[in-house]
Design a binder for this molecule. Structure first.
Ligand SMILES: Cc1cc2nc3c(=O)[nH]c(=O)nc-3n(C[C@H](O)[C@H](O)[C@H](O)COP(=O)(O)OP(=O)(O)OC[C@H]3O[C@@H](n4cnc5c(N)ncnc54)[C@H](O)[C@@H]3O)c2cc1C
Length: 528
């Protein structure tokens, strides 16, 4: 019989022999009685004085099970969703717009189903894009079509590559991770509780995924921007791509939430949009060794770098402040996709070996917080734009991030000199007070010092704040029904930009979900 043994407690850097011995102890048998031992889950338990590993394994065991065993159960089988394979499909290729996690997974799923998608991306392929982004960080030259947010890999390419997700859709999460492994990611991501890839590895992996889509019959084009959808009788009939007309009956729209021109195009074409809550705030940077000490009592090279997740609400009805997208050993980066608008985010390389850790400290924003001009759902974008324009100008109007010491921000003091060593070169000392709405600033001023106090040993005087974090999630939802389609038939809003996902994993699995929805439609008679 195949058994799963949970909660095996081991030291960091445990050996295979230690694992087998501990698994045998849990089953009260000899190590030789265990066959085919496989680790299925691995997490760090830092609740004690020094960190331990908690491991789950599956084993083949043919003996008699002693009674009263704890943490032992029959092995679970994850049934992965299967797509119908549609042979000899005629008509135009399904169109997938945007090669971020959502669009790539949608195109991959469609290609596997035999539907030969056309995947278009306004930015460049990963390699030339990476060079362009380096130039942007060095001298502030922005290409509005290919940048930190646009191009192959989407907003996720220059990221921490954290693959954590709160999704309960475990089978699709598994499928997503397995696709990444088939494209070259480490199989560790299938077992680690907090899987992480790193921007450097993503740059290798995404082109491999693209090549797989092409091998399966898909067509992938860069520098190809969706300008407009052609809609007739409430259904997609074509698309204008970089000025040229194409036939299309189906479009998976995975353009992310930075593509504000797409929301405007949709609103203009009467596609139902609605505003949704999002969050804004700052990115805070502190020395990584302080974080390691606060979480683990010191450095444990075998475990990598420690992270944290914090939430704080000062009073019962007050707004909460929470941390988001923590990047241990990472870099704070300047991000832009249109002239004169600036936002910040964090990224890291696979080794996470930079001397600082950073995280967004965010405050939720609700549609009731901003005036709604008309009812087209775009008011949240206007709200973001104002904050981004203010950050651009405070940073010196050359895409340098405005940065200030936390203590100066809290006291309302003028920005004092910054430490020479900080992760973001493209940043300039500035007064951060006034860059965010008063209700956000006030929440940050009250909550951040208390949140840092819970990280023992972290010194507020070493913390830097970068402004402003405005694009942690979409302010708009493109309404879709249970079939995945908008009120416009054949239009499948997908991923973070459509308001149905937040983060790499949930966007990727939404792409897989939309591929399944399209394949279902194509397998019905009406499309054949
Ligand atoms: C710096 C940074 C770090 C991040 N770190 C993490 C992390 O560690 N973990 C995590 O889970 N999430 C992270 N995120 C968030 C994550 O990247 C997004 O949630 C995810 O990329 C959203 O996927 P998506 O495919 O829906 O959209 P996107 O990734 O935004 O992709 C949309 C794509 O569509 C293209 N596009 C837009 N308009 C058009 C058009 N008209 N025609 C053709 N193409 C178009 C864009 O160029 C883009 O490539 C990070 C984001 C940023 C910016």
């Amino acid at each position: 019989m195949k058994l799963r043994i949970n909660q095996i407690d081991l030291p960091p850097g445990y050996t295979p022999e230690q694992l087998v011995t501990a698994a045998a102890k849990a089953l009260r048998c000899k190590p030789s009685a265990l066959g085919g031992l496989k680790t299925v889950r691995r997490s760090i338990d830092a609740r004690g004085r020094s960190p331990r590993m908690t491991v789950a394994v599956e084993v083949d065991f043919s003996g008699k099970l002693p009674s009263g065993l704890r943490d032992v159960e029959p092995a679970r089988e994850t049934v992965l969703p299967k797509l119908p394979v549609i042979p000899n499909c005629s008509g135009p290729r399904p169109l997938v717009v945007g090669a971020g996690p959502a669009g790539l997974m949608a195109a991959f799923g469609l290609a596997e189903a035999g539907l030969k998608p056309l995947l278009i991306e306004r930015g460049e392929a990963a390699a030339p894009r990476a060079k362009r982004v380096e130039l942007f960080w060095k001298n502030g030259t922005l290409d509005c079509e290919s940048n930190v947010l646009y191009g192959e890999g989407g907003a996720g390419l220059f990221s921490d590559g954290k693959l954590t997700s709160r999704s309960k859709d475990r089978p699709r999460v598994r499928r997503f991770l397995e696709i990444l492994v088939s494209a070259g990611a480490s199989p560790d991501i299938l077992i680690d509780a907090e899987p992480h890839i790193g921007s450097d590895v993503l740059k290798e992996l995404i082109p491999a995924l693209r090549n797989r889509i092409i091998e399966l019959g898909g067509d992938v084009r860069f520098g190809a921007r969706l300008d407009r959808l052609e809609i007739e009788n409430g259904a997609v009939r074509g698309a204008v791509i970089s000025g040229k007309e194409f036939d299309a009956v189906c479009c998976v729209l995975a353009t992310g939430h930075s593509a504000r021109d797409i929301y405007e195009m949709l609103a203009g074409q009467g596609v139902p949009l609605e505003p949704k809550p999002f969050a804004v705030g700052v990115r805070l940077e502190i020395p990584q060794h302080r974080i390691d000490t606060s979480q683990w009592g010191g450095r444990f090279p075998v475990l990598g770098q420690a992270g944290f997740r914090l939430t704080r609400r000062e009073e019962e009805n007050a707004r909460a402040c929470y941390t988001f997208c923590m990047c241990p050993g990472g870099l704070v980066i300047s991000c832009a996709s249109s002239d004169g608008l600036l936002t910040t985010n964090g990224m890291s390389l696979s080794r996470r070996d930079k001397p600082f850790g950073n995280a967004a400290f965010l405050v939720p924003v609700f549609p009731s917080d901003f005036p709604m001009a008309g009812n087209n759902g775009l008011a949240g974008i206007e709200f973001q734009r104002k904050l981004e324009a203010a950050a651009f100008s405070a940073g010196g109007s050359d895409y340098s991030l405005p940065v200030q010491r936390l203590v100066d921000f809290l006291e309302g003091a003028a920005p004092s000199e910054l430490p020479a060593e900080r992760s973001c070169i493209r940043s300039r000392p500035a007064q951060l007070r006034g860059l965010l709405p008063e209700f956000v600033e006030q929440t940050l001023r009250c909550a951040v010092p208390n949140m840092l106090r819970s990280l023992r040993g972290v010194l507020p005087e070493e913390a830097l704040l970068y402004a402003s974090e405005t694009r942690s999630s979409s302010p708009v939802r493109v309404v879709r029904d249970e079939s995945g389609q908008s009120a416009i038939r054949g239009l499948y809003p997908c991923g973070e930009g459509a308001g149905y996902a937040g983060g790499i994993v949930s966007s990727g699995i939404d792409g897989l979900r939309m591929a399944e929805a399209v394949a279902m439609e194509f397998s019905s008679e009406s499309f054949r």
